[in-house]
Design a protein. Sequence first.
Length: 234
Amino acid sequence: GINAEYGLSLLMSNPNSILYALVARGNNTVLAEYSTENYGGNFITVSRVILKKIPLTDGRMSYAYNRHIFHYIVQDGFIYLCMTVETCQRRIAFGFLEDIKNRFMSAYGAQATTAMAFAMNEDFSRVLANQMQHFSNDPSVDKIGLVKQQIDDTKQVMIQNIDKLLERGEKIELLVTKTQELQERSSQFNKSSKKLKYAMWWTNIKLWILLIFIVVIIIWLASSFVCGFDYHKC
């Protein structure tokens, strides 16, 4: 697997980060997908909404969604989709998708036309993970023929706003958060919870001390009333 700590440092500093990818047959059957371990959010849910809207005619497109871009290639009824940060070069994104398309068809071919949902996920998600890291972080990918080929091809593909694909009411707020930030927030929440528990515990202790003090005073006053303050009556 990918070393999470190393991957996170690279993703934080890398403008070509690919965060998520999938391969689907048609608009409904996802055969394999992978999202980087370093990010969390609802982008898988968002991808499903987008997937259902992609025309199945062969082609490619990029859609801007908040500060991220969804890129896809459609060929022979199969959709190859990835989500990147907005700074990712499109030649990198489409080079990645072309690479994934070739690897997927080479590995599964006609088998993929009848496979059930996620039938290839166990094996091909590892391929997605490796290639996502490679294309996101390796400067040498610009020398790969597939990427060079994209330079001219992507000039023909304009980045569209996601509103052109989704109808009103279908757009979901895209949430993408670094796992480290989630862990830090969780840690801060746990610390705050412990502080709150301690404060409540100390408040309860002080209330008990006050209550005991009041009871002692009441007993003393009552006994003094009966026996006298110097207890000479008892």
